[in-house]
Design a protein around this ligand. Structure first.
Ligand code: PMP
Length: 454
């Protein structure tokens, strides 16, 4: 760690806090476990930030990589092609909602979002210039949305803490409030919250649709925004507004794809078919950076006509190692019946986590797929979102053998989908025990002023 602190700069880390912290130095992994250089074992409660699907050191994924290394690690995708990329694209087109037929490779979620934003611009430019219409240049996104850290993605991001400082660099999108059932004022039921949220968003969309190029959404779960679980019906309602207003819909399933919400893609749950689907993270089972933007034939044909070339690409576009491990991930999801195994595990997650709601400092419990999230508050009801307080909780849970990463006042678990019931119980047991231990010491009774009032 002393050497790390001398030369490294970690993402999303308070730099002064990092210099004091003592995080584990990960040296290995196995299933849902991470092992550090001192041999300590930790449950991977965030699936290594939502990327891991089948566990670490999965034999089929390891084999796929080794086999590809025996052929070639990488060759350019500019002016050449290769079998792994073709096979993976064919498979993704089979699995994606109908009508999504063209796969554009990039190497992480943010770049795949950039591709979608640029393609939306080119597509709309084509359509509107044909009609001699005004070409808008803003996107529609939701408050507390997160689409990545490259500048285009920041432009459609809605998390003030991450994005506000870069505001002057990017053209901001038109935003609507995120649906937020669990933050509804007391008295409003989730049903009225749903109607209210979806109607407000649709109205904003209607009022501004002439300025809008396309709509970008994280369907069902706004993960980085605080594990906001959408009320059912919200996605289909907004998709319907897009259709009525003839606006392309981009679904960013970087976090929700590959089983996170219980189905292969979140949009399946509401029968929504986007014009572009953005995938990353779990695509390679959490092994390698690879992402795709899958679009309709109409979008492809439009860009083919004008400008004829999509001037966008990356050195490691369609990296063959990534493609092979993605193919192995998709096969393993099928062969190991990973999606079929979710419903009983989902019930187990709910059954095991629900009792936590009885604790006076736990509020807003929410679930989706194997995701469980809740907010922490002081016993006086004030949200516990002081980063230092949350770091104390995180470290205590880590010392008990579970790696978590709080988001503001939210504690959440997104385990690899391959997790067993016993491991789900073990994760929950650690959280309950450590929170109770902190409560017994008066941790949640402290009347710390809310950071916003300082
Ligand atoms: N979109 C969503 C919904 C995400 O959750 C993320 C990453 N957390 C991204 C895009 C960006 O992906 P990456 O970190 O791979 O650039």
């Amino acid at each position: 760690m002393a050497r790390d602190r001398k030369v490294l700069w970690h993402p999303f880390a308070s730099l002064s806090a990092w210099e004091r912290e003592d995080p584990p130095v990960i040296a290995g992994g196995e299933g849902v476990w991470l092992i550090d250089d001192r041999g300590r074992r930790f449950l991977d409660g965030t699936a290594s930030l939502w990327v891991n699907i089948l566990g670490h050191r999965h034999p089929a994924l390891d084999r796929a990589l080794v086999a590809q290394l025996g052929a070639i690690a990488h060759s350019t995708f500019l002016g050449a092609t290769h079998e792994p990329a073709i096979r993976l694209a064919e498979r993704l087109v089979e699995l994606a909602p109908p009508g999504l037929r063209r796969v554009f490779y990039s190497d992480n979620g943010s770049t795949a979002v950039e591709v979608a934003l640029k393609l939306a611009f080119l597509f709309q430019h084509q359509r509107r210039s044909r009609k001699g219409a005004h070409l808008p240049a803003t996107f529609f996104s939701l408050d507390r949305s997160y689409h990545g850290d490259t500048l285009g993605a920041v432009g459609v991001g809605g998390i003030d803490r991450f994005h506000q400082v870069f505001g002057p660099l990017v053209r901001r999108s038109v935003t609507a409030p995120a649906p937020d059932c669990h933050r509804c004022p007391v008295g409003l039921s989730p049903a009225s919250c749903r109607l209210e949220c979806a109607d407000i968003a649709s109205r904003i969309l209607e009022d501004h649709h002439r300025e809008i190029l396309a709509v970008i959404l994280e369907p069902l779960l706004q993960a980085a925004g605080g594990m906001i679980v959408w009320p059912s019906g919200y996605l289909s309602k907004l998709a319907e507004s897009c259709r009525n207003l003839d606006l392309p819909l981009i679904l960013d399933e970087v976090a929700t794809g590959f089983g996170r919400t219980g189905t292969l893609f979140a949009c399946e749950q509401e029968g929504v078919i986007p014009d572009m689907l953005v995938l990353g993270k779990g695509l390679t089972g959490g092994y390698l950076p690879l992402a795709v933007t899958i679009v309709t034939e109409e979008i492809y044909q439009s860009v083919k006509k004008d400008p004829g070339t999509f001037y966008h690409g990356h050195s490691y576009t369609a990296n063959p190692l990534g493609c092979q491990v993605a193919l192995a991930t998709l096969s393993s999801i099928e062969e190991e019946k990973v999606l079929e195994a979710i419903p009983p595990k989902r019930e187990a997650v709910r059954e095991i986590w629900r009792p936590l709601e009885a604790l006076p400092f736990v509020v807003n419990m929410r679930f989706l797929g194997l995701v469980a999230a809740f907010d922490l508050c002081h016993t006086n009801g004030q949200p516990l979102d002081d980063p230092e307080e949350m770091a104390i909780i995180r470290d205590r849970i880590r010392n008990a053998g579970l790696l978590l990463r709080p988001l503001g006042p939210t504690l959440y678990l997104i385990p690899p989908l391959s997790i067993s019931r016993a491991e789900i119980e073990r994760m929950a047991g650690i959280v309950v025990e450590e929170l109770k231990g902190l409560a017994a010491g008066g941790f949640f009774d402290k009347n710390i002023p809310h950071p916003s009032s300082r």
